[in-house]
Design a protein around this ligand. Structure first.
Ligand code: GTP
Ligand code: MG
Length: 300
């Protein structure tokens, strides 16, 4: 039977691109549910990560980094991020300890002014600064909002993360267990598989490629003792297709090998991954294509 003092709730993680929101989420749930890269605007959809103990369940909502939209995909990402604020019991506003407060942060702070929920300021990447630098960083934000608490953390190394979780649990109301103990995300495997492939493209390519890529899963089936996956990497121009394929297919092979390992980890079985590359001009500005590549409203 469920513990009568069970605490639960939804917590949004918002912040500028690249501050470490997805890294934090993955660390807390102990599994890669959101892809990560050093490129800004890695996350494109809201992604739930579920953290469950005997006494509590926190459903974190990782969101796309908030930035100025350049196309319909960007509009979609911003709407996903900002809509998360309406659905939650608490908010983590994450900033990067190595960057000064900027226009992007101020834009988010303005949105948070209308949010009537406890807001935690999370200063991430403290492994990259000296402890003496922390105080001036806190000073930059302290007056901006009535933060419930300020937590300097390192999502990468884990410093102070469990303290933050304990405090969040204290803040959340008594409530039901929304997801079973063993469920760590709301997204179907198909989505995570496409994201793991996109992550490798992001990590291995540069310049305009990361922003121009979508991944579409054509087929998942069982063959002998392997899972056979066919997927298409969508880019916007022929030149990008050439880069993703690489010399004699070398880049596509690298992407495939790394993605296959991650997908095997996820599924717990051997995988045969077949990748194709297709050019779809200006897909980021076409509503119908956005939807078919998984960027649709109410994405959970
Ligand atoms: N040194 C250091 N690097 C970190 C830390 N947390 C995240 N990073 C790095 O920061 C980069 C961005 O991490 P993500 O988790 O993808 O950031 P994000 O906020 O989800 O980014 P978007 O999805 O683009 O908004 C990656 O290269 C991470 O390895 C940290 O605590 N310390
Ligand atoms: Mg992210």
């Amino acid at each position: 039977m469920q513990n009568p003092d069970f605490h639960s709730g939804f917590v949004a993680i918002v912040g500028r691109p690249n501050v470490g929101k997805s890294t934090f989420l993955n660390r807390v749930v102990g599994q890669k549910v959101a892809i990560m890269s050093d490129k800004a605007q890695t996350t494109r959809n809201k992604i739930q990560g579920v953290y469950t103990t005997d006494d509590a369940q926190i459903v974190f909502i990782d969101t796309p980094g908030i930035h100025k939209p350049q196309n319909k995909l960007g509009d979609f990402m911003m709407e996903s991020a900002l809509s998360a604020l309406k659905e939650v019991d608490a908010v983590l506003f994450m900033v990067n300890a190595t960057e000064r407060r900027g226009a992007g942060d101020n834009f988010i702070i303005d949105r948070l002014k209308n949010v009537d929920k406890p807001i935690f300021l999370v200063i991430n990447k403290i492994d990259e600064i000296s402890p003496d630098d922390l105080f001036p960083i806190i000073e930059q934000y302290k007056e901006a909002l009535p933060f419930k608490e300020v937590f300097p953390i390192s999502a990468l190394q884990g410093n102070n993360v469990s303290q933050l979780i304990d405090k969040l649990i204290d803040t959340l109301p008594e409530g039901p267990q929304y997801y079973p103990d063993d469920q760590v995300t709301d997204h179907p495997e198909r989505f995570i598989i496409s994201e793991l492939i996109r992550e490798k493209v992001l990590q291995l390519t540069r310049q305009e490629i990361p922003h121009s890529v979508a991944v579409y899963i054509d087929k998942i089936g069982n063959e002998n003792d392997k899972v056979h996956i066919q997927a298409t990497i969508i880019v916007e121009r022929d030149g990008q297709k050439g880069i993703v394929i690489g010399k004699k297919g070398s880049m596509l092979k690298k992407i495939g090998t790394l993605a296959r390992k991650d997908i095997e980890n996820l599924l717990g079985s051997k995988v045969y991954l077949e990748l194709w590359v297709k050019v779809q001009p200006r897909w980021r500005d076409k509503a119908s294509l956005l939807e078919s590549y998984g960027y649709q409203k109410n994405d959970y």
